[in-house]
Design a protein around this ligand. Structure first.
Ligand code: URA
Length: 434
């Protein structure tokens, strides 16, 4: 077998066999197939896509390129919720304790933030002393005690994805839907779960900018998940404005805790409750989402979800008192009110710009090497559909260093669009696909 023949076949839109995909990928990982050949192959995939059979084989080969994490002995229905990434996305922080209080467990790999999107690892690391499990044994111990199994990505899990992603990044092939789907799903499939819930974000702050693209990505991931034997559903959710109000790290932890106390922002609460209800439905405990939501409301009201959160923080090395005392979290030095220069109904808040406005004051990373300031961030106080008077505060910048604050303010003002006509509050969930 020769790599060049496989590339030509893909170029000519002929289906590749299991053996050909395996040959190409395994030899690329070993260094026997050079980057220039793999780059040509990726571009052929970019233009011609992959058949379902190719997609499954491609993803399987990726999944099996590194460690597979199993959970023998974890006697719970295990859910892996995955988000394609957005601004203010703190769903994992609130969702996992709710699932735990509902008698389910969660197992998942989390990542760090880059660019305008934040990462779950960074948000939890805002809590002093908090440490993510580094080993499978640590993960199992904490997951057994709390029902929450979160682990950071390591180089040992799907190493082929890391190598391929770096090449895609410099060859204009990142945005290929089959390549994105297999990249995400290979990492989901490398860690055991009974059900996968995909939160595919769509909008100006998301990877997928249009509903048809988001649905295509979701459907491709569903094909892979089902084809490789997992229960899987996808929620298509709105990222045309930041999720909730807080964008940063410590402030997002606080917003998630408030949500566990029943005081969360409307859009965020609705999304988290629906995903938890979906998990109950997948587990066969309820037959409708509404029935599931009522069960979620119970664990919020009786405080058990909040208790699970505190327990998880304690087991992970942090101070569980943060649920009562937010001053234990890192505190910023100053805040600036961003006042509207317009009057009218907020018609749009470009989430990506808000993410960048938070990033430049230190809440995120422009490059992988940047160090995050967990205390700083942006609070989005007026959301799409709200009426705003000229001079009214629409957002707050919570900061430590003066240097980028004016620029951040300009970016926030530029991100808001207004209309004289009444604007309806947008839906948070567009569709659920299974
Ligand atoms: N996230 C991933 O993990 N992979 C992609 O290709 C794109 C987004």
């Amino acid at each position: 077998m020769r790599a060049v023949d496989i590339i030509e076949q893909k170029r000519d839109n002929k289906e590749l066999s299991t053996e050909e995909i395996s040959f190409l990928l395994s030899n690329y990982l070993k260094g026997n197939v050079p980057d220039y050949q793999m780059a040509a192959f990726l571009m052929a995939v970019y233009f011609n896509g992959m058949t379902d059979a190719e997609l499954l084989e491609f993803t399987k080969e990726m999944r099996d390129s590194g460690d597979i994490i199993n959970f023998e002995g974890l006697n719970k229905f295990l859910v892996d919720k995955h988000s394609t990434g957005g601004v203010g996305d703190k769903v994992t922080i609130a969702l996992e304790p709710i699932l735990s209080a509902l008698g389910m467990g969660s197992t998942k790999l989390s990542g760090k933030g880059l660019g305008h999107t934040g990462g779950t690892i960074d948000k939890f690391e805002a809590i002093e002393g908090f440490k993510f499990s580094n080993t499978r044994d640590e993960l199992i111990k904490i997951a057994n005690n709390t029902g929450i199994g979160l682990m950071g990505y390591s180089d040992k899990i799907v190493p082929l994805d890391k190598k391929l992603y770096s090449l895609r990044d410099v060859t204009g092939t990142v945005s290929s839907i089959p390549l994105i789907a297999s990249s995400i799903m290979s990492k989901k499939l490398a860690i055991y779960s009974d059900a996968i819930i995909l939160d595919v974000k769509v909008g100006n702050g998301a990877f997928m900018k249009t509903l048809p693209d988001a649905k295509k990505l979701a459907e491709t991931m569903l094909t892979i998940g089902k084809g490789l034997g997992r229960k899987i559903v996808a929620v298509i959710s709105n990222m045309d404005q930041p999720l909730g109000c807080a964008v940063g790290n410590a402030n997002e932890v606080i917003e998630a805790i408030e949500t566990l106390k029943g005081n969360g922002p409307e859009d965020f609460t609705e999304l988290v409750y629906n995903i938890a209800a979906l998990a109950l439905k997948l587990n066969g405990e309820v037959s409708t989402i509404d029935e599931g939501i009522r069960k979620v409301e119970e664990v919020i009201k009786n405080g058990s979800a909040l208790e699970k959160f505190a327990l998880f923080i304690k087991e992970s090395g942090g101070n569980p008192e943060i649920i009562n005392d937010y001053s234990i979290l890192p505190v910023f030095k100053a805040e600036l009110d961003v006042k509207s220069e317009n009057e009218g109904y907020v018609s749009e808040i470009q989430a990506e710009e808000i993410g960048k406005a938070a990033m430049i004051i230190g809440a995120g990373r422009a490059t992988k090497e940047d160090v995050i300031d967990h205390s700083v961030g942006v609070l989005v106080l007026k959301k799409v559909g709200d009426f705003v008077k000229k001079g009214e505060t629409i957002a707050k910048i919570c900061y430590n260093k003066e240097t980028e604050v004016e620029k951040s303010k300009k970016m926030i003002l530029g991100a808001y669009k207004f209309s004289n006509e009444k604007v309806e509050k947008p839906k948070i969930i567009f569709e659920i696909l299974d």
